[in-house]
Design a protein around this ligand. Structure first.
Ligand code: PMP
Length: 396
């Protein structure tokens, strides 16, 4: 007798039920209206948004909105096809040129989402004869990209270059290529990859290095290009991946590199070939936004200032943050799932929205209340978030 396919989700369903009994839907909360980059109406109440990855607060920028509206009027609501069929518009090329210019890379490929950028880049680069070395805390899109590529997967300990070194040394030469993937800022606890250490390993062993700058593009470095820019190590990074859904405030993703055959990734990559391209409004918004990120470095300075204020405020309360370095991702460790859900609901009821992050999606299966800081937060916003964490989390 066959079993119902959904039966495998019985445990998940019970866990979801317990969360719903405790209050709001922490994994699908409805924003009834978005008032500004830092405010939404949720359950009729104006709420401070402190978990939206809207790092630059650019989502309501008048120039970006105007660019999106113009594209919507001139090019319509959607592209109705993939880039290799009917879905390449002049603006897709412009987006890639603008981005290649900002990244100082010869080539850039735009994908429809950041998730697809990782799928497309990993599966476009690696194949069944190759080996992909992944940091154990890699984002799901990186793991999924590796699975799609069919490459052999080797995991190394999070941010541990010595562990990567050991695994590379142990591996026999099988004639295949080797790709190492790390992230600029890790999305759950906000720590950075120790890029200098990985670059040292690269001098000893042959491999190509890809950095996912999803949370660091627009945020880190003198040119806003990400961790490699901050660390002065861009020449040692072979491929850059990023997304438009965070600092850029739109939707889409990209891969970039300097290799002569880089463009072939387009034609070897199913997540590029078999999905519709980004909509005109989204592409035009991304172009306008990326130009702003380049022209207005003060946004990065403000974000760094705001991040430091929140980080130090949490530390002064005695809260255990996910890591010891300041970044716009600041997560607070909580004891267990029920108390994390209760505290998340209390914060929401008091007027602040943060992310809840629970196992298995978290490193080491810890429970987190995760904040992401925006350049658009005011000092008063940050102080209010700190005060509410003091009342709800530190006191709890
Ligand atoms: N890479 C990392 C490290 C991420 O955190 C995310 C999204 N959270 C992505 C890729 C995927 O980006 P998107 O949500 O824009 O598809």
């Amino acid at each position: 007798m066959t079993t119902s396919l959904l039966e495998k989700h019985r445990g998940l369903s019970e866990r979801y039920g317990r969360m719903m009994e405790a209050g709001e839907n922490a994994v699908g909360l409805t924003n009834d209206r978005i008032v500004s980059p830092t405010r939404a109406l949720i359950n009729g109440r104006e709420t401070i948004l402190a978990g939206t990855n809207n790092y630059m607060g650019i989502t309501f920028d008048p120039d970006c909105i105007a660019a999106g509206k113009k594209a919507l009027e001139e090019f319509g609501t959607g592209t109705t096809g993939s880039r290799i069929a009917n879905g390449t518009y002049a603006m897709h090329g412009e987006l890639e040129r603008v981005l290649a210019g900002m990244l100082d890379r010869k080539h850039c490929i735009a994908f429809t989402t950041g998730y697809q950028a990782n799928l497309g880049m990993l599966a476009g680069l690696a194949g069944p004869k190759d080996t992909v070395f992944l940091d154990a805390d890699s984002h799901s899109s990186i793991y999924d990209g590796c699975a799609l590529s069919g490459a052999k997967l080797v995991r190394f300990r999070h941010n541990d270059a010595a562990d990567l070194d050991k695994r590379l040394a142990r591996m026999e030469d099988d004639g295949g290529g080797r790709l190492v993937v790390v992230e600029g800022i890790y999305s759950m606890v906000g720590d950075r990859a120790p890029l200098d250490e990985f670059v040292e390993v690269k001098k000893k062993h042959e491999f190509e290095l890809l950095v996912d700058e999803a949370h660091s593009f627009g945020v880190l470095g003198p040119n806003g290009r990400g961790l490699a820019d901050e660390a002065g190590l861009e020449d040692d990074v072979d491929y850059v991946v990023g997304t438009f859904s965070k600092s850029v405030g739109a939707i889409g993703g990209f891969g970039a590199g300097n290799q002569d055959m880089f463009e072939m990734i387009r034609y070897a990559s199913r997540p590029y070939m078999f999905t519709a391209s980004a909509s005109p409004a989204s592409v035009a918004t991304s172009i306008a936004s990326i130009k702003k990120l380049q022209a207005e470095p003060e946004r990065r300075t403000q974000l760094a200032k705001n991040s430091k204020r929140l980080f130090e405020g949490f530390r002064d309360l005695g809260l255990e943050t996910g890591c010891d370095v300041v970044s716009p991702v600041i997560a607070v460790r909580c004891p267990d799932e029920p108390s994390t859900i209760t505290m998340w609901n209390m914060l929401l009821a008091a007027g602040v929205y943060v992310n809840i992050a629970l196992p298995p999606g978290t490193p080491g299966n810890i429970c987190l209340l995760r904040c992401s800081v925006s350049a658009a937060h005011t000092d008063a916003d940050i102080d209010r978030i700190i005060a509410l964490f003091g009342e709800v989390v530190a006191a709890g």
